[in-house]
Design a protein. Structure first.
Length: 229
C-alpha cells in the first residue's frame, strides 16, 4: 500500500490571521486610583483598630465612697478615695477624681462603702434631719449605717385598762428612712442592750417621730423587706 503525498495548500490559505500577542503585566503606579484606594482602606483599618484597643484599655480616676455615705451628709474628701477604672462612655456619670471637689455638696441617697459615687447621688441640700432614736432590744447586723428602715411606735399597755379597752396598736412613724450611724455598747448588735440609732428623718415626719420619742412606749425598727427587730 502506497500513500500519496499530501497536496500542497492552496496559495494564500492561512494567511491574513493575526498572530497572538503575549500580554505583559504592568507594574502598578503610585498614581493608580485603585492602589491609592487600597492603601487608604488599610491605613484606616489599622488606625481604627489601634483606637479601639486604646479606648478599651484607658482608665480614668473617679471617687468611691470610703465608708457608707448617707443622705444629708456633707461631701468631704475624707469620705472619698480615688480609684482608676475603665468606664468607657459612662465616665461622665461619676464624680471625677482628677478635678477639684465641688463645694457645698451633700449626699442625697445612700452610697455604699466602695461604690462609685454617682453624680445623681449628690446635690445642694437634702430635706432630712438626724434624730437619735434609742432602741432597747437586740439588733441584727442588718441594722448598720446606710440601711433603710421603717420606724414604728409601740405604745405601752395601760396599767388599769378600762372596760372594753383593747390592746394599743403599733403605728407607723416614718417609712424608708436611712440609718446614719449606730451607737451601741460592745456586743449590743447581736444581744439585748442599749442601742442608739441616728436616723435621717424627713422634715415632714419630724414632729411625729419626736412626739413618739417623748410618749410612753417604744420605737421599733423594721428593715425594709424584713420583720420587726
Amino acid at each position: 500500500m502506497t500513500y500519496a503525498p499530501a497536496a500542497p495548500a492552496p496559495p494564500g490559505m492561512g494567511q491574513g490571521l493575526p498572530e497572538p500577542v503575549a500580554t505583559r503585566l504592568r507594574r502598578p503606579r503610585w498614581r493608580d486610583p485603585r492602589l491609592l484606594t487600597g492603601v487608604v482602606i488599610v491605613a484606616l483599618s489599622v488606625a481604627l483598630g489601634s483606637w479601639a484597643v486604646s479606648a478599651a484599655s484607658r482608665t480614668v480616676p473617679v471617687f468611691v465612697a470610703d465608708g457608707a455615705l448617707t443622705p444629708g451628709e456633707p461631701l468631704t474628701a475624707d469620705a472619698l478615695r480615688p480609684v482608676d477604672v475603665r468606664l468607657g462612655a459612662g465616665t461622665g456619670r461619676y464624680l471625677p477624681a482628677d478635678e477639684p471637689l465641688p463645694e457645698d455638696l451633700v449626699v442625697l441617697r445612700v452610697v455604699d462603702d466602695g461604690e462609685l459615687v454617682p453624680l445623681t447621688a449628690l446635690g445642694a441640700d437634702a430635706d432630712v434631719r438626724s434624730v437619735a432614736v434609742p432602741v432597747a432590744s437586740g439588733l441584727s447586723d442588718r441594722i448598720r449605717a446606710g440601711a433603710v428602715v421603717d420606724l414604728w411606735f409601740v405604745p405601752d399597755a395601760p396599767v388599769a385598762p378600762g372596760a372594753g379597752a383593747g390592746k394599743p396598736e403599733p403605728t407607723t412613724l416614718a417609712q424608708e428612712v436611712v440609718i446614719e450611724q449606730v451607737d451601741a455598747e460592745e456586743g449590743a448588735i447581736v444581744v439585748d442592750g442599749t442601742v442608739t440609732l441616728h436616723v435621717l428623718v424627713p422634715t415632714d415626719a419630724l414632729p411625729t417621730v419626736l412626739a413618739a420619742l417623748s410618749d410612753a412606749g417604744t420605737v421599733a425598727v423594721v428593715p425594709v423587706g424584713g420583720g420587726l427587730r
